[in-house]
Design a protein around this ligand. Sequence first.
Ligand code: GLC
Length: 795
Amino acid sequence: MDNSFGHFSEDGREYVITRRDLPSPWLNYLTNGDYLALTSFQGGGFSSYLEQRFNSLTRRYSNIPQSDLPGRFVYVRDQDTGEYWSVTGHPVGECDSFRSVIGLGYTRVETEIAGISHQMTYFVPKNPQSDKEGDQDPCEIWRLTVSNESDRPRKLRLYSYSEWLMGDVEHDMRFSPFFRLFKKAEYRGETVFGTAGRWGAPGDSNAPWPYTVFFTSTRPPVGHDLSTASFVGLYHTLASPRAVEQDTLGNQDLFEGDDVCGSLVWDLELAPGASESFDMILGLVPDDAPGFQDLPLKYRDPTVVDHAWDETRTWWDAYLGGLEVDTPDAELNRQVNFWNKYQIFMTCSFGRGPSYFHADQTVSMRDSLQDSFGMIPLDASRARENILRTMSFQYADGTPTATSNRMGMPEEPSDKVDLPVWLALVLDDYLAETGDWDILDVHLPFFDEGEGTLYGHLQRGLNRVSSDCGERGLPLIGRGDWNDALNGVGIEGKGESVWLGQFLSYAFRLASRIAERIGDAGHVDEWRTRADELEERVNAVAWDGEWYVRAFDDHGHVVGGKDCDEGRIYLNAQTWAVLTETAPPERAEACMQAVFKHLLNEHGLAANWPAYTAYDPNIGVLSQFPPGKKENAACFTHAGAFNLVAMAKTGFGDEMHQAYRAMLPALKPQPHFRMEPYIFSQYCAGPDSPDFGQGAFHWMTGSASWMFRAVLDWMLGIRPQYDGLLVSPCIPKTWPEFRVVRTFRGSTYQIHATNPNGVNTGVVSVSIDGADLPADQLLPIPEQPSTLAVDIVMG
Ligand code: GLC
């Protein structure tokens, strides 16, 4: 689909934006996994290292994301006429031509303004030799080419601009008059260095921020400015900075006690037809990492930048390769093969936030484990690292922290009840993918004191959740489960969650399966019994005739039942009944029919229906969102993706494909959808909203992992098991065939499935390298890494 704002490149690996007047600033995440340059299509955005929350290099103006300010800007001034502009067309004025290419690992903005053309490429170098945290150069590159397209010689002056936060993003938003007092910048060796003498981080609030920011270039500057106030000027704005308009430069050697910008200035004299290129480098040096002290110097050599560009491209190609799908749906192929994998890298690296919708970077155990779930088939060792890090945020009694971070900072305990349960699902999947049973014995610290194995963490988490059950025998919902916004249902300690009952039952079943494999006989039975009990309880109390209710509040009222005027049916209670196999077959069929009848629509699947229209303290914040927005009956992609799995499990291949396409961002009508057409957003407004179909909360969502796994594992049906690979597709009847190339336990499976009779499900024959295999048998794992040609016939 070619919407009026741009299109995908022929090979699907780039999104080419051809207009500046997008419905919102579409972003790219330029990162090596540690350093993040969140970059809009026109150079807006901000940069951070590991944690935007504590370690922001540059500032964000979070209250007005649509301004797309500040960012990483270069202004150009024609020294003969005094006319000035921005190389990316932002934040100053108009362009004669504009194109922005969102690539996998880079953004390239091409403009022509006042007879000068500019090409600016932003990227973050990735070390191809190592994925280890700390082995990545913490910096970003701005590659600029400026060409004189006019027929007269041009004398141009260029000014870079970025606003240096240097520390904690919340402090900057709330207390910037205080925190700016501790900022300091120095100019030496054609480089600007910035430090912050006070961090205010949890723990030791007096400590200085332990990093130095730098900005340098491969071209000698002719001037500089260290002060935001001096660069922008009194009563000027970023669209008309005084330094550029009046060509006034601070040229300070040292500047302290106010907001810092690391501006360098260069002169270019260009004959007609002439071009000049150079690179700018923004980054930071950790004060306690001697290996990084030479980082600014290293990148001042243009050949180093060239090399970094080549290596980074190669690394992204490798990450995105290795697992490929080829179905009759070209848009699905492009999303799965490139953009969905790319988005999973971002969620797995940075959790929730940073984005133009999230306040800062906070990620709960629930989110982080689901992000790892998406990463498992792509890069299991990256997923492993994320799982282990995440689980070190659990106290000895099994309570998780509310959020986690990558810097060992203190966190508070969570008041959400479901967080540790996700480990069972993700761990089971990781074990099936890798066969790495040793992970269970890895010792991890508890967040308070002591340590235990990962398997021990699983036990403690499950015990914690299951020991808090209500009078119906279902888990207490407290201040919310997966649905954070149902935070009024169990506030008095009595409300119970049906969804969590279903999930916990399943988690116990998975844990029991793991226990069986490792010979932990005691737990096998105990956990199976717990699973059976919960399953029995859910079915005894939560079936409402046509679907499962979602919860019971503190006063015993049903949430999500046929007698509720608002919030009559909730998607998750139906989805997870099927997904966890807690529903008997006839109920599974019935509740899916209820989903199709009440929740499926042209924009996806509503999280519940009808929307709440007034605050209900027994529901919570969910009822305060506008009808049809967020958890209040929006088409919630994350919950919709769970349901795709349930559709596959109940054999609804046509509906599944239809719902997938309804959620596919590339097919969303613009400008109404607003969000990027190349990544999944958390939700779009539901049918009860006047904005039905309008997207929000882009990029950082569990939808990325689940949309990917829904296609790979459930639509194409290729599912790792402890002892082999299961193939059990659920596709639209109209698909005559599909192919998947997938690595599994070191071997490559080249799978070709044909569908001669036009079915949704069912496999009648399987062969490997021409030899038949019983259709119900797992694809075996060869002793030696091999390539296997697998033919599947559906019917
Ligand atoms: C957001 C949160 C996630 C939660 C969901 C529903 O996506 O990140 O943790 O489950 O909203 O409330």
